[in-house]
Design a protein. Structure first.
Length: 161
C-alpha cells in the first residue's frame, strides 16, 4: 500500500498515536493513515475541550496532561466525575450517536490530545474500510469497559444506600 508523505502535522499526530496503548496493535502504515484523518489539540490550564450540551462531533485521546470531566447536578453544582490522563479517551459516543455532550471537560494542566472528528472517521472508513472497522472495534471496547465500570459503581451505590 503506497502512502503519500505525511505533512509535519500528520507526522506529529502519528508520533502521538504511537505512544497510546489503544493503538499499539496497529502497524506503521495503519498509524500513518489514521494520522492523516486525525489532528492534535493543545489546551492550556483552565481551557475547555467542550461544554455540556455542545454538539458532539469528535472524540479524543489524552497524550499528556490532565483533564477533568465535570457534570452539573440537580442543585446546579459542578461535580468532578472523572479525571483523565495519558492514554484515556473522551467523547467516544460522538462517533456513534452524535448526541450533545453529556458533561463538560476542562484541562487542569496543559494538555495535548489527538482527536478524530466524525467527518474524519467517515473519510477514514471510505479510504480504508478495514482500518475503520478496527477503530470502531476499539471504540466499542472502550464503551463496553466504561459501561461495565459504571454498572459496578451503580451496584455498589445501590448496595450502600
Amino acid at each position: 500500500m503506497s502512502q503519500h508523505k505525511l505533512t509535519q502535522t500528520e507526522e506529529e499526530t502519528r508520533n502521538f498515536l504511537v505512544g497510546l496503548p489503544i493503538f499499539d496493535s496497529m502497524n506503521s502504515d495503519e498509524l500513518s493513515i489514521l494520522a492523516q484523518h486525525m489532528s492534535y489539540v493543545q489546551l492550556q490550564r483552565g481551557e475547555h475541550l467542550f461544554i455540556e450540551g455542545d454538539k458532539g462531533d469528535f472524540m479524543g485521546f489524552v497524550v499528556q496532561g490532565l483533564l477533568e470531566i465535570v457534570k452539573r447536578n440537580d442543585s446546579g453544582e459542578n461535580i468532578v466525575i472523572a479525571r483523565l490522563t495519558k492514554g484515556n479517551s473522551i467523547g467516544e459516543m460522538a462517533l456513534i450517536d452524535k448526541s450533545p455532550r453529556s458533561a463538560t471537560v476542562v484541562a487542569k494542566q496543559p494538555t495535548i490530545m489527538v482527536t478524530l472528528t466524525d467527518k474524519g472517521f467517515d473519510l477514514l472508513t471510505e479510504k480504508s474500510p478495514q482500518l475503520g472497522v478496527k477503530v470502531i472495534q476499539k471504540v466499542a471496547r472502550l464503551l463496553s469497559l466504561y459501561m461495565r465500570r459504571t454498572s459496578s459503581r451503580l451496584a455498589d451505590l445501590m448496595q450502600n444506600s
